[in-house]
Design a protein around this ligand. Structure first.
Ligand SMILES: NC(=O)c1ccc[n+]([C@@H]2O[C@H](COP(=O)([O-])OP(=O)(O)OC[C@H]3O[C@@H](n4cnc5c(N)ncnc54)[C@H](O)[C@@H]3O)[C@@H](O)[C@H]2O)c1
Length: 271
């Protein structure tokens, strides 16, 4: 269902790789809600994914950018303003990657070059994106910037590996940069902490199926889907949430406040 929540708004959406991506669903929903936007992803993802189909479906242009490269980001923001014919109202940072996880390194014995690379891609890139938007004065007043995160920033999920540390850093950047962006440009900055979701990035976590089922059984409302995350993100881009900023917003069916549920207890009670 469409409510025209983003009618007339212009945005940049990072991270749509394939139709499972949270960014993909968000782009589809933003289009339905009347927004115009530019899609972007790392140049290598252009070859792997199917972003062109999404661009055709949503009438969007694609500008490749490695989110760790200031040069690429400057080009992205300048070109986006040209294409969209003005400043930006919303930005989604939907980017995550741990080289240690990919290469099967343990948290207790990582390769630190991999740690640095994963931190740059998953966390510092958010600072770089906001640096370019802020210093180019590319955002309209009451614009909204959202990054996606996971609760391993607050609690221990051993197989989430160094992504836990990257997410903690990402959430801190949202608060710190959000202060300056709010004070100087009336732009709000938040992170959405999403349930485990079957996507390329999500499925890379060891034991993902168990992880997914456990979270679902623990949450009174069950896991939030990628589409539901897209809906929530759209509300954060809309004018209905203008005074929400510097927040880490849990979108997880209630998981983050649970101790234990009946469904999980039942698994441990012997007949
Ligand atoms: N899937 C989950 O279980 C889950 C849960 C909570 C939060 N998240 C977060 O949601 C976000 C989106 O992930 P997803 O689950 O949709 O998976 P996904 O694999 O579809 O998306 C990750 C994206 O990051 C992009 N990316 C990687 N390196 C990049 C770079 N250098 N420059 C630009 N883009 C780059 C990839 O190309 C890909 O499009 C991530 O931040 C992820 O950590 C995912």
């Amino acid at each position: 269902m469409s409510y025209n929540l983003l009618k007339g708004k212009k945005g940049i959406i990072f991270g749509a790789l394939d139709e499972n991506s949270i960014a993909w669903k968000t782009a589809e929903r933003a289009h339905e809600e009347g927004a115009e936007f530019v899609l972007t992803n790392a140049p290598i993802a252009m070859r792997m994914g199917t972003i062109k189909d999404l661009a055709a479906k949503t009438g969007s242009q694609i500008i490749p950018a490695d989110a760790t490269s200031m040069e690429d980001l400057e080009n992205l923001v300048e070109k986006s303003m040209e294409i969209l014919g003005g400043k930006i109202d919303f930005v989604l940072h939907s980017i995550g990657m741990s080289v240690n996880v990919r290469k099967g390194k343990l948290y207790t014995d990582p390769k630190y070059d991999f740690t640095t690379k994963g931190w740059d891609v998953s966390a510092v890139s958010f600072h770089k994106v906001m640096n370019v938007l802020y210093n180019k004065e590319a955002m309209n007043e009451w614009g909204s910037v959202v990054a996606l995160t996971y609760m391993a920033a607050q609690r221990v999920f051993p197989d989430y590996n160094d992504m836990a540390d990257n997410k903690a850093y990402l959430e801190s950047i949202a608060r710190s940069f959000g202060y300056f962006f709010g004070r100087d440009h009336k732009v709000r900055v938040n992170t959405i902490s999403q349930s485990p979701t079957p996507t390329t990035a999500g499925s890379g976590v060891k034991g993902f199926e168990g992880f997914l089922a456990y979270a679902d059984k623990m949450s009174p409302l069950g896991n939030a889907t990628a589409l539901e995350c897209a809906d929530y993100t759209i509300s954060m881009f809309s004018d209905l949430t203008k005074k929400v900023t510097l927040q880490n917003l849990f979108h997880d069916g209630g998981f983050s406040n649970m101790g234990v549920s009946d469904a999980v207890m039942d698994k441990f009670i012997e007949e």
